[in-house]
Design a protein around this ligand. Structure first.
Ligand code: DON
Length: 570
């Protein structure tokens, strides 16, 4: 009698949590945005990490803008309302499909300053100083976000003055913090004080709480300069002067020439078939395209659907392909403009078939026995958002400062955080970065080079038309989360909401550990442990956003239940 009652109570709690979104995070809080996790709409949709950013995007669609207009407004608004990851001082990637059938990949990743050197984070004894690659002025690569946004503008319909206005208004007049943001700002107060030369508005004598208004006047001024002067409003003039002043005060190495010479790069998107679908994703300097392709191709001919979602067999197989792909990532992947990467070989059927030869169906692999494949000589912050419009344009963008609030340095007088992306380079062979990823020569620091990324903005096309728009933050877990979300929908037939919200797992070769989210089923965990896996429960993995195109161009946009993520549309 009691058991069904407890079950019912549990179910009700879950439903309330699901429906209330944010409110569920802090039941004491009198304030909360109304957070829509799923939107079924007809014309266009935006799903992003913050309700105000999703709204800004949809407002542009309603004004007659397309998916690129909505993406720009969302991206700029995130830089104001989600300062931990939304940014103008960071960088990212866009993968898009246009109404004319073109697939695009835009790289606005940060680059190493000209004065960067291979050993800049080693002390005199040769020890790695990851404290310097992760914090403070020396941690920043040259920001790419604004150059990226002005490339995106080439595909948009509305003027920048319209697209940037919601961000300016929110910075100038302020917006109410969510409970999650108040908590995040409170837990970073000491770092803000330690790494800043001018105390930023994020520092407060008493704790932030949900509903407090965050006003960012300096940021509003910077955004106005961008509105009035274009990309030069960031890379030159007053904003550049403020960045260089900040560098001088904090002994950083970014120069005027670094800023002036930064360019976003349009690259051929990575396209490959998976079953009847075409996957469109990000090429290097994101590792995402290669690693996702390797993992999908290694499972494509396996009977995953027959094994079933969250079955021991499926999790084992998927974990082993994650291990193999991440071993190659560490050895071979880096910025292709600086280092020759054998992408064709790494993603060839023959090579991947030989990699799978080590797979043992009943036993965990061992990362000590598995290193990168031998090739013949020839051969917790980021943010993701999806947009789709009525014309057939789809945009998938992942953008980041790297860690939460990046280097934690706010440019004095300009009001925005600088990234700590230099830590995504391999600062010394074998030394893990903040996500535990190791690397070698391929990802060593060199002036002007882009650091290797895991960000994997992705589209799935069905018969040439957009079917899914997918992506997530999460450091090295990004590519495994995108992999699992795709397999969950395309192989296991899960609903979009389940694919987004069901527990994820992650293996990245080194450390030889299988990470699972708290809700991962205990019985599966125990069986995996008995097969030899070191299973470790960790906090949430990623914040996946998905838009699915349903028959008749109906749209289903789903925001992750793990955060403030919101789906909007009309
Ligand atoms: O480019 C990368 O792979 C990392 N800088 C991403 C960092 C990230 O996703 C942090 N988010 N939770």
């Amino acid at each position: 009698m009691l058991q069904p009652l407890i079950r019912l109570l549990l179910l009700c709690t879950l439903i309330i949590f699901y429906c209330n979104g944010l409110q569920a995070q802090d039941p004491q809080t009198p304030f909360a945005y109304s957070v829509r996790k799923t939107a079924f709409v007809n014309h266009g949709a935006v799903v992003s990490a913050h309700p105000l950013a999703s709204k800004a995007g949809v407002d542009m669609l309603r004004k007659g803008g397309n998916a690129f207009d909505a993406a720009i407004a969302t991206q700029l608004t995130l830089a104001v309302v989600y300062p931990a990851a939304g940014n103008i001082g960071g960088g990212g990637f866009m993968v898009a499909h246009t109404s004319t059938g073109k697939d695009l990949a835009l790289d606005f990743r940060e680059k190493a300053p000209a004065a960067a050197t291979r050993d800049m984070y080693l002390d005199s004894a040769g020890n790695a100083r990851t404290d310097l690659s992760q914090n403070g002025h020396l941690a920043s690569g040259v920001p790419g976000a604004i150059a990226g946004i002005f490339e995106e503008l080439r595909y948009a319909k509305l003027p920048m003055s319209t697209l940037i206005q919601p961000a300016i208004d929110l910075a100038e007049n302020g917006f109410a913090l969510t409970a999650a943001e108040a908590h995040s700002l409170n837990s970073t107060q000491e770092a803000f004080k330690r790494y800043n030369t001018v105390l930023p508005v994020f520092v407060k004598a008493t704790p932030w709480k949900a509903g407090d208004t965050l006003v960012q006047k300096d940021l509003a001024m910077t955004l106005k300069r961008i509105r009035d002067k274009g990309a030069k409003g960031f890379y030159e003039g007053e904003t550049a002067r403020l960045i260089l002043e900040e560098m001088r005060r904090g002994k950083g190495i970014l120069t005027a020439a670094d800023l002036q010479t930064y360019t976003a790069k349009t690259r051929p998107a990575t396209l490959f078939p998976y079953k009847q679908y075409t996957i469109v994703t990000m090429p290097l300097p994101s590792s995402g395209g290669v690693v996702l392709q390797q993992m999908l191709k290694m499972v494509e001919n396996q009977p995953l659907a027959g094994y079933g979602f969250e079955s021991v067999k499926a999790v084992h197989l998927m974990t082993e392909v994650e291990r193999l792909a991440y071993a190659d990532r560490a050895q071979y992947l880096g910025d292709r403009d600086y280092y020759s990467v054998p992408v064709d070989t790494l993603t060839s059927q023959a090579y991947l078939h030989s990699r799978m030869a080590a797979f043992q169906p009943d036993k965990a692999g061992n990362s000590k026995d598995i290193s990168a494949g031998v090739l013949s000589p020839k051969s917790e912050e980021t943010t993701h958002f999806d947009v789709i419009d009525n014309d057939g344009n789809a945009v998938s963008i992942t953008t980041t400062l790297n860690g939460g609030y990046g280097s934690r340095v706010v440019v004095g007088g300009a009001g925005f955080f600088l990234n700590n992306e230099m830590d995504d380079f391999s600062v010394k062979p074998g030394v893990p970065n903040m996500y535990g990823a190791v690397g070698t020569e391929a990802n060593a620091i060199a002036p002007g080079k882009r650091m290797l990324s895991s960000m994997t903005p992705t589209l799935v096309l069905d018969k040439g038309k957009v079917f899914l728009v997918v992506g997530t933050p999460g450091g090295t877990t990004i590519t495994t989360s995108v992999f699992q979300t795709l397999v969950d929908i395309l192989d296991f037939g899960l609903s979009t909401q389940d694919a987004v919200n069901n527990p994820k797992f992650h293996h990245q070769w080194l450390p030889d550990e299988l990470y699972v989210e708290p809700a991962f089923p205990t019985a599966v965990r125990e069986q995996l442990t008995s097969m030899g896996y070191k299973v470790i429960q960790r906090g949430s993995i990623g914040r996946t956003e998905v838009i699915k195109v349903l028959p008749g161009h109906k749209l289903e946009a789903v925001g992750d239940g793990r955060g403030d993520d919101t789906a909007e549309g009309y």
